[in-house]
Design a protein around this ligand. Structure first.
Ligand code: MG
Length: 252
């Protein structure tokens, strides 16, 4: 039997309104055996979970190389003031060395099912951020990952540098100090704000959507907070607990 057109339209509208947020593994899937934050294994393990995306952090070293790590100072070594060679001597808890961006991107290329969410950490000065953004975008293109990579940063200068270097790419701002109507004119894909910011401004989810922006929230690790942000209608949830979020989404 043919369904009346109106019913089909209604069903479409309801399913669009209730679309579930997609999962982004924060620093990869690292709370699992054999993994470590920002390691190559963390991307492989995120990919094997079948999540939408996997996030990681990039620094520009003193000698102009790109490496993947979160903390500015890790095991006593400063990521911006040390050479890549020194930084590469650091062994991660899973036995890997701190990856170069090249190593990491080769791993991403070999696992085409998962999107890369690449964060450029805030650097010592805007010129270094511009240099890093240009180098990163060149590498992303060299590895053929431009369709699979989102760029995120706390620095508005870094976000604008990514917009300039890769006008086609999706760029997200992390700092949380700008309302969606201030973000939309910058050409970013959306807001990527902390759960604290979105608790303080719950109206920003609808405001972002009205501006044609999407909403990503971080770092949501408890069942209670996951259910709250699913109900809020965010588009992406970034979490250290991707398996828990997957289970909760299956129940919703
Ligand atoms: Mg990060």
């Amino acid at each position: 039997m043919k369904k009346p057109l109106l019913l089909l339209l209604l069903a479409g509208a309801i399913s669009a309104a209730s679309a579930q947020p997609r999962i982004i593994a924060h620093r990869g899937h690292w709370r699992t055996a054999g993994s470590a934050q920002n390691s190559l294994a963390s991307f492989v393990k995120a990919d094997s979970l079948g999540v939408y995306g996997s996030e990681m952090d990039v620094w520009l070293t003193a000698d102009g190389k790109l490496i993947v790590n979160h903390d500015r100072i890790y095991r006593g070594i400063d990521m911006e003031r040390s050479t890549a060679r020194t930084i590469r001597s650091i062994v991660l808890p899973n036995g890997e060395r701190i990856p170069t961006l090249d190593e990491y991107l080769r791993t991403v290329r070999a696992h085409p099912g998962t999107r890369l969410v690449l964060e450029l950490k805030s650097l010592a000065d805007p010129k270094r951020e511009d240099e890093a953004a240009a180098k990163i975008v060149r590498k992303i293109r060299r590895y053929g990952l431009e369709e699979r990579t989102d760029y995120i940063a706390f620095s508005i200068n870094a976000c604008l540098a990514f917009r300039k270097e890769a006008p086609e790419a999706r760029v997200w701002y992390l700092e949380g100090d700008l309302a969606p109507h201030r973000i939309a004119p910058l050409g970013f894909a959306g807001i990527d704000y902390s759960q604290e910011i979105l608790h303080a401004h719950p109206e920003w989810v609808d405001e972002a959507h009205a501006q044609g922006l999407e909403v990503n929230v971080w770092t949501v690790d408890t069942e209670e907070e996951m259910r709250y942000f699913i109900a809020q209608g965010v588009d992406f949830i970034t979490t250290n607990e991707p398996e828990l979020l997957r289970r909760i989404l299956a129940e919703e």
